[in-house]
Design a protein around this ligand. Structure first.
Ligand SMILES: Cc1ncc(COP(=O)(O)O)c(C=O)c1O
Length: 438
């Protein structure tokens, strides 16, 4: 289990003068040491020239991206604004990967002029790129995203290598067209695959990449046979390594993943290709946790059809300050996405032990589905305590919903090794929301 201990951090933060104010009804924390360690692990395990393009969609905070850039890795971007955020956060263009399934002509032009690595999502996009390439001086490298059609993982909405996917060119149907496209376009020197994100087990991730690896080797043979000078030199394996959210989640370690890649695809490690990785969740998820004050405890209502006759039949609902605005997947698909939850007292000390009671945790938004956990056992708690939602470092803030115009909470980074706290993003004000909608 990789959950980061959060004890002491909340307590220590509450003791720092001016760091957390009474109007900070919720705060998001990021463990900066953890992110650094994860990046270092990647750098140690993959060949030295590998471009580790950390997925901006997992955590787009410029304050975090700036630090990631200083660690010497890159950024994977999936929209023009993400690309601009990466550039403004200091990433050199050659360390940026631009993926998006709906790039406009203007966006392709922008990317080629900037000189970022671009992965085309379709054969139609390759045609557009070919036209622009003719008229543009560009240092970009270009790949094509292949859907290996290797199968889907446990979570349908994040599995993208099934027989149907909205991403990439499906290999089983378009094999000949793909090879022809590589032969006809000498700017096409890279290949891209991303099998899925969370819920994809190791064998599926490896199978998907291997299908594209074999295709890349075959394309290079065909290029040679056709007398072409260009080859596929860059292999982008995507991201997708799952992480632990619960005590009984045991995802594969990065070491295991890299070991399997080496065993199954030795030419990814012998210099035939230079590699790109696009990990997001594995870098960020376990680095973050979210704290909300419990504003009210409502003891009311029941799970049965009949009204409660006794207080013990009633549901204890903890009303807190984040819900589906931060945890959209957890509210809409609670059987697939959920987090470990703890309680802390008003000083930030984690509560443990008995007596435990069943609680439902509801967010602040105006719809009934805004519930992040139902009937979970927690140490006895109520108004003034804190709820801690663990492992919220990836795909949470980046999916923030503007419904009800709630203020995005303050984001605090911390480093245990440097005994350091810093505000990575200030809490939004009502005026910020006025400007957002205006
Ligand atoms: C193309 C691409 N690359 C990388 C990622 C990052 O995946 P993960 O955060 O699971 O590593 C995603 C996630 O959606 C993606 O679509």
């Amino acid at each position: 289990m990789e959950n980061q201990p959060t004890e002491n951090i909340l307590e220590a933060a509450l003791c720092r003068e001016g760091l957390i104010n009474p109007d900070d009804s919720a705060v998001i924390f990021y463990d900066l040491d953890f992110i650094e360690q994860r990046v270092e692990t990647l750098k140690n395990l993959f060949p030295p020239g590998t471009l580790h393009a950390v997925a901006v969609k997992a955590n787009p905070l410029p304050a975090v991206l700036t630090k990631i850039n200083l660690l010497g890795v890159g950024a994977e971007t999936a929209s023009l604004p993400e690309l601009v955020i990466a550039l403004k956060s200091g990433f050199e263009a050659v360390k940026i990967v631009f993926d998006s399934p709906v790039k406009t002509t203007a966006e392709i032009e922008f990317a080629l002029k900037a000189g970022v690595h671009l992965n085309a999502d379709s054969l139609m996009e390759i045609e557009r790129i070919a036209d622009i390439w003719e008229q543009t001086e560009s240092k970009s490298t270009i790949g094509l995203r292949i859907n290996p059609q290797a199968g889907t993982g446990k979570i349908a909405i994040t599995s993208v290598a099934g027989t149907y996917s909205k991403f990439g060119v499906p290999l089983l149907e378009f094999r000949d067209e793909i090879i022809k496209t590589y032969i006809e376009n000498d700017f096409l020197t890279a290949i891209h695959v991303h099998v899925g994100s969370q819920g994809c087990e190791l064998p599926l991730l490896i199978r998907g990449i291997k299908i594209v690896y074999e295709l890349a080797l075959e394309i290079n043979q065909q290029l040679e046979k056709a007398g072409k000078q260009h080859r596929i030199r860059i292999f982008d394996i995507g991201g997708g390594l799952p992480v632990a959210y619960k005590d009984d989640d045991f995802p594969p370690a990065m070491e295991e993943y890299v070991g399997a890649l080496k065993l199954e695809m030795p030419q990814l490690f012998d210099g035939t290709f230079s590699l790109i990785t696009e990990f997001g969740r594995w870098i960020h998820a376990n680095a973050g946790f979210t704290v909300s004050r419990i504003e009210y405890l409502k003891t009311a209502g029941t799970n049965s059809q009949k009204p409660a006759t006794h207080i013990s039949d009633q549901i204890n609902t903890l009303m807190i300050h984040v819900g589906a605005d931060l945890l959209i997947r957890e509210c809409y698909l609670p059987n697939q996405w959920s987090h470990k939850i703890s309680v802390a007292d008003p000083s930030g000390k984690i509560k443990s032990g008995k007596p435990e009671k069943k609680y439902t945790i509801a967010g602040p938004l105006c719809f009934q589905g805004d519930i992040i956990a139902r009937d979970i056992l927690l140490p006895e708690t109520g108004e003034g305590d804190f709820i801690i939602i663990h492992d919220t470092g990836a795909y949470t803030l980046s999916m923030w919903s503007r419904y009800n115009s709630r203020q995005m909470p303050k984001v605090i980074g911390y480093s245990r090794k440097n005994d350091h706290f810093e505000i990575l993003r200030k809490r939004e004000t009502p005026e910020d929301l006025w400007e957002f909608w205006g």
